[in-house]
Design a protein around this ligand. Structure first.
Ligand SMILES: Cc1cc2nc3c(=O)[nH]c(=O)nc-3n(C[C@H](O)[C@H](O)[C@H](O)COP(=O)(O)OP(=O)(O)OC[C@H]3O[C@@H](n4cnc5c(N)ncnc54)[C@H](O)[C@@H]3O)c2cc1C
Length: 408
């Protein structure tokens, strides 16, 4: 079935979309026979990781990753900027996700923006191929929303640096080869000015990665302890003391406020509400299909409206004339907030459609859709926290878009 944005697509883009769709249909891996994570936040075992990494490599080798990145760094410099089409088709096909999300969507675009020629040559291609996985060392036990309070230090030593401190909630650190690391390089400076941004080698001595378990019982993120861990001089990205500014660039990528992705997408494609509608048709309630329950019907209709509004808003954000001249990122700044909260509402609705069956868990043969909905519902809470909580996103919109006074 053709989707709304396809109706206005150019002939070349429509043809490209058909080609990508056919490639995915012919090449997507079959069910591996073991539990797969729902997103990059829940990758636990080696076999899950290898399965997902093989898939990313295959997508890259087919020429469908790094479309918008320069050719000299492993990309394709596609003049039509069609990475978005590939991401939409991967989402729609329900294909496995691309595991190197932090590399593709946040670290890679940041290196493209601030890296030296050597750093771009060294790091970008293995990000696209999945050969080198990245994690993000921003948050600390005492520095989450108030990120600028971070205490991990990088001190000059010999021809490089030594790192000491403690990062937490570090997604993928257990499989990562590199970390985008924020560390304090000048404790005497103002808290924003004393931070620098590094590309840290996770295999350095003095690094301990300890897994943390989530409420689903699954792992995926970690705490990372640095005990005089060395890194070379050229690990610095940008200028000394420029870390805060660069971190804000990374966060605009992470929160969907700026494009630049090497691949993979979080933009809505209408698939989640389609899946809930299908679930409601299959589930029974009061002797009839749950889809016939007037209250559930109403909520599902609201879900369609919400998802369509999200999709159209994402489309509008790409048209300069439909955005405020003085605040071009205003619409995109809403992305993270509205999309993560929508994810919570839609998976909660799915659990209501399931009724008492929402209590059945992974591994229970009688659980509808293998209990993926309650798992997704629980995981959806992390999405409104990771990358900046909903409260922080509201503060940002209040201050930067609506021009309200800054919070103290
Ligand atoms: C699934 C997941 C994955 C993550 N992955 C990573 C990762 O890979 N790398 C990384 O560096 N970090 C990661 N994080 C950490 C994440 O960025 C932080 O959890 C987040 O920034 C919030 O910080 P905190 O947990 O310290 O909460 P706190 O900052 O302590 O906040 C606690 C509560 O207070 C509220 N609050 C705080 N300040 C304000 C304010 N000014 N106004 C209004 N309300 C406020 C918050 O909204 C929240 O409800 C991840 C988190 C999750 C859940």
């Amino acid at each position: 079935m053709s989707r709304p944005e396809e109706a206005t697509e150019s002939k070349e883009n429509a043809e490209f979309r058909r080609e990508v769709r056919a490639w995915i249909a012919a090449n997507r891996p079959s069910d591996p026979g073991f539990k797969l994570p729902q997103s990059f936040l829940e990758v636990e075992s080696d076999r899950q990781f290898e399965f997902l990494r093989d898939w990313q490599r295959k997508v890259y080798e087919a020429g469908y990753l790094g479309l918008d990145w320069p050719a000299e760094y492993g990309g394709h410099a596609d003049p039509h900027k069609r990475q978005r089409i590939v991401s939409q088709e991967l989402n729609r096909a329900g294909a496995p996700f691309l595991v190197n999300v932090i590399g593709l969507q946040w670290a890679g675009p940041t290196i493209l923006a601030y890296g030296t020629e050597e750093q771009k040559q060294r790091f970008l291609k293995p990000i696209l191929s999945g050969e080198e996985i990245w994690c993000q060392g921003f948050s600390e036990p005492g520095a989450g929303s108030d990120l600028a309070s971070l205490q991990t230090s990088a001190t000059p030593s010999g021809d490089g640096w030594v790192v000491a401190g403690h990062k937490v909630w570090t997604t993928l650190a257990h499989v990562a080869k590199w970390m985008i690391l924020l560390a304090r390089t000048d404790p005497a400076a103002h808290k924003y000015a004393g931070i620098s941004y590094f590309l840290f080698p996770m295999e350095a001595p003095g690094v301990t990665v300890q897994p943390l378990v989530k409420m689903t019982g699954e792992g995926g993120f970690n705490q990372v302890i640095f005990d005089a861990a060395p890194m070379p001089k050229d690990a610095l990205l940008g200028q000394l003391g420029q870390g805060w500014q660069i971190a804000m660039t990374t966060l605009t990528f992470e929160r969907g406020a700026a494009e630049g992705s090497g691949g993979g997408s979080t933009a809505p494609t209408g698939e989640s509400v389609r899946a809930v509608t299908s679930l409601a048709r299959r589930m029974r309630r009061d002797g009839r299909s749950a889809a016939e329950d007037p209250v559930l019907r109403d909520r599902i209709a609201q879900g369609w409206i919400d998802e369509e509004a999200l999709r159209l808003t994402a489309q509008r954000a790409r048209v300069p004339g439909l955005n405020m001249d003085d605040r071009p990122l205003a619409t995109r700044l809403m992305n993270k907030l509205v999309y993560s909260e929508f994810g919570q509402r839609i998976t909660e609705l799915a659990c209501e459609v399931l009724g008492p069956d929402a209590g059945l868990w992974l591994g229970d043969a009688s659980a509808p859709d293998k209990a993926e909905w309650p798992r997704m519902y629980m995981n959806s809470f992390g999405m409104t926290v990771g990358g900046g909580t909903s409260e922080i996103q509201r503060n940002i919109i209040g201050e930067r878009v609506l021009g309200l006074p800054k919070t103290k």
